[in-house]
Design a protein around this ligand. Sequence first.
Ligand SMILES: Cc1cc2nc3c(=O)[nH]c(=O)nc-3n(C[C@H](O)[C@H](O)[C@H](O)COP(=O)(O)OP(=O)(O)OC[C@H]3O[C@@H](n4cnc5c(N)ncnc54)[C@H](O)[C@@H]3O)c2cc1C
Length: 484
Amino acid sequence: MTYDVIIIGAGVSGAASARELSKYKLNVCVLEKAEDVCSGTSKANSAIIHAGFDAPEGSLMAKLNVEGNQMMDRLAEDLDIPFKRNGSLVVCIHKEELGVLKDLYDRGVANGVEGLKILSREEALALEPNLSDNVEGALYAPTGGIVCPFILNIAMAENANTNGVDFRFNTEVEHLSRDDDGIWHIRTNNGEYTAKYVVNAAGVHADIFHNMVSSNKIHITPRRGDYCLLDKEMGGHVSHTIFPQPTKYGKGVLVSPTVHGNLIVGPTAIDIEDKEATATTQEGIDSLIEKASMNVKDLPVGRKVITSFAGLRAHEEHHEFIIKELPDAPHFIDCAGIESPGLTSCPAIGKMVADIICDLEKPEKKTDWNGKRKGIIDPNALTLEERNELIKKNPAYGNIVCRCESISEGEILDAIHRPLGARSLDGVKRRTRAGMGRCQAGFCSPRVMEIINRELGIPMEKITKSGGRSNIVLERSKAVKGDE
Ligand SMILES: Cc1cc2nc3c(=O)[nH]c(=O)nc-3n(C[C@H](O)[C@H](O)[C@H](O)COP(=O)(O)OP(=O)(O)OC[C@H]3O[C@@H](n4cnc5c(N)ncnc54)[C@H](O)[C@@H]3O)c2cc1C
């Protein structure tokens, strides 16, 4: 069958586009080379919903940042995902640089950001007592927020899928061409797909597909950002997201609570060429701790760090989102250069992609589209009575599998059996947080593997951490009675 639209990539850009397009009578398919949604940059970022004062006035980035920020409350409610407007502070620690706060304030006002305020040293410290003793002032943005990037990405994809969008995982796009009838032929490692429209939402790989179909070449530089995630004990060290003053490389090293109660510190900004190189370095981690400590005092690093990770920004040299039908490749829509604030902007990115296609194709709207999705029940958020009632109805909610995060078997079963359900350890982790805690899956991995094996019939040696060749066990080390 020829699809109306094929989307390359199931990160937040692809998933948001799929969800918006699922409102129309269109056959849509998302091709994703990984084994799950949220396997690229969307899984490794600061998780901040930016207010919108950073991007240059008049840019598409500024417009979609502010629109995406404004759309987030409704999206979070409809998709039942954690989102908190905790507010952000850009901190100034050098008196002679106080003017930068005013510049950011003016740019924010021009971009349409509401509620911005420049705070004195005393006002800033009253809001955040753990700011550096050197603080001279701060820009306060009450519309800044925090979100869970995994759940946001997964929820948009799930909702698109329940509204009819197909998802093909482990399907890597290798080549694109357009025939004389205007149909796109998409060759993958899993056979050929055809479509009237292609959306290129391939993150750091988007330049490859852009350059395959267009003579106007672009180059995307992966700009690596390293992070430390600190134990939940430290989650209250600050309550707002604390930024330094921005540089030409980005918004700088932030310190922020996460929606799940941890403290995140990062990212660095290191330009590399390898589009898969997400290993952190000691040098990177040391530098971010040093930078963060200039704005926030008594940062409890060291043994309170439970993990480190890195993500790759899809940096295009003009530092602007490229979202348009390419003039020399009809019906090929780029969604490229989606670096920060791509997470914040994703609802608006999805809408813009859908609007481009709808303007050309004029599809009918579905009358039965359902934009609501119910998340996985979190027993920790229930009262004791409600929890007891839940366990009475389904004892699996009383069996704790991940001790650090207190995640029950009931939540893991839901994660596996819901639309686009988890098939790997990381798939379960991103949907439930089993394995995200202090022991980083040391305790619960074998137990989650047993559940995946039992529920999906995947042999133990074929269960992976995150698809591909990330198998966890190779074979039995000892034959047991009954084995051949
Ligand atoms: C360090 C860092 C910090 C950030 N912090 C923030 C923040 O706090 N707030 C914010 O708003 N934004 C932030 N961002 C930006 C945000 O994370 C990204 O803009 C967003 O996640 C990009 O989503 P995407 O869907 O475009 O790309 P991705 O999430 O990378 O998705 C692209 C998908 O395409 C797939 N793909 C690639 N090639 C192929 C192929 N050949 N065939 C099939 N599939 C393919 C990949 O596997 C991947 O799943 C940050 C980014 C980084 C790196």
